[in-house]
Design a binder for this molecule. Sequence first.
Ligand code: SAM
Ligand code: SF4
Length: 337
Amino acid sequence: MSGPKDNYQRIINYLRVSITDRCNLRCIYCMPSEGLTPIEHKEILRYEEIVRIVRIAAGIGVRKVRITGGEPLVRKNATYLIASIRNIGGIEDLSLTTNGILLEQYAKELAEAGLERVNISLDSLRPDRYREITRGGDINSVLRGIEAAEKAGLRPIKINMVPIRGLNSDEIGEFAKMTLKVPYQVRFIEFMPFGTEDMWRPEKFISADEIKSIAERIGPLTPAKLGKSGPARYFRFDGASGVVGFISPLSNHFCGECNRLRLTADGKLRPCLFSETEIDLKPALRGGAPDDEIRRLIKLSIEVKPEGHNIRIQNTELRSLIKNKDDRRRQMSRIGG
Ligand code: SAM
Ligand code: SF4
């Protein structure tokens, strides 16, 4: 894929769009139990505003869009947004990240609207533990959602799991084993220092290398070459239907290959997940700015994309980057993960 280049010669052709900061779960690594202070409705981008941004971004070479949140499927008419983005020339890849709770209800209409794939976040296969991690979620809804997604042709199914030492790390093997039988991509993502202040601790972090060595207790893993693999490194067990992937934003950061921009639910372009630099598109959008002005701001956010982040796991002082429930700058649900 081609696209505009930043100052470090990276092609930036991928836009992740958080369409709401609201969520029907309260995962302990993402939010405090009482939730985060919600963004006022009038501050959230309207669908027409999102579509306009994506159209202009496509005009400068963005080719891939992922809808995320918060939980994108709690926002009314997410299907309408998918269909509208699908109609934008130049967008070659359209996907969505969801916790899967509402997927059973929406999978078919999302697929019909032109959604290609879904990533489903699932951090435990045990109903009680799933409920504990998500603070109330019902795993059966997610499992039915996965089935519905498969049936609707939203393939390949990608399952994202965040292993946390002492919480769900004993399930790494079970998750990896899933790929023996089903053609899923099971991806392990390193625990990042978001969530409430007391949640993230260096001793709870498990590096992608360690996760891989735990998965390898099941059998040898050989590298799997997948087309558009992004930041994940993929492997396959002998004869397996699916693949396992490892995503290491902290231990072996992939900043050198980062091709993404993020659009927050309240209309800010964020060039790096770990940097607080944001370019606010809303004043221009709502102040009657022409497309040229929006284009200039998108290009500016590509220009200021940092070379990389400097969060180092060896720093034992490192704690969650979110300081309290009003701290919007680092909310994963606003930024979209
Ligand atoms: N609600 C949707 C979901 O959970 O898939 C989409 C938004 S969620 C913020 C996007 C992704 O961020 C999820 O895969 C979630 O597991 C991940 N995430 C949230 N907090 C994280 C953390 N502290 N470390 C690693 N991943 C995290
Ligand atoms: Fe909601 Fe996703 Fe955050 Fe869990 S990770 S609380 S599902 S936004």
